[in-house]
Design a protein around this ligand. Structure first.
Ligand SMILES: [Cu+2]
Length: 113
């Protein structure tokens, strides 16, 4: 299907990880997992280290537009510490992050589980 609107939609979806949260409220709502309250966009990440006891994970992440962060490797606190048990080093994830009380927190987590 080569409809121009369809092509534009595909382009928009491809850019989604880099779009601001304001630009894609509908899509964010459609992909929100149960219990999530954030509308922050999903970004790509690679799990480098997991510390389940501390509820922390080190992620090599792509740009996170909602907190104005470029791609880097850093430690995040998990909103739900039990997510630490689901994460494996080397795993590709899609996640949302937000700054809460001066801490950077993984607020949403999607994976191929
Ligand atoms: Cu970062």
């Amino acid at each position: 299907m080569k409809h121009p609107l369809f092509t534009a939609l595909l382009a928009a979806l491809a850019l989604l990880p880099f779009a601001s949260r304001a630009a894609q409220p509908g899509f964010a709502a459609a992909t929100t997992v149960a219990g999530s309250t954030t509308s922050a966009p999903l970004v790509d990440g690679l799990v480098k280290r997991v510390d389940p006891a501390a509820g922390r994970v080190t992620i090599a992440h792509g740009p996170i537009p909602n907190i104005g962060m470029p791609a880097m490797t850093m430690v995040f606190k998990l909103k739900d510490p039990s997510w630490g048990a689901r994460l494996k080093v080397g795993e590709q994830i899609r996640f949302s992050a937000d700054e809460v009380g001066g801490q950077l927190i993984v607020t949403r987590l999607e994976g191929s589980r």
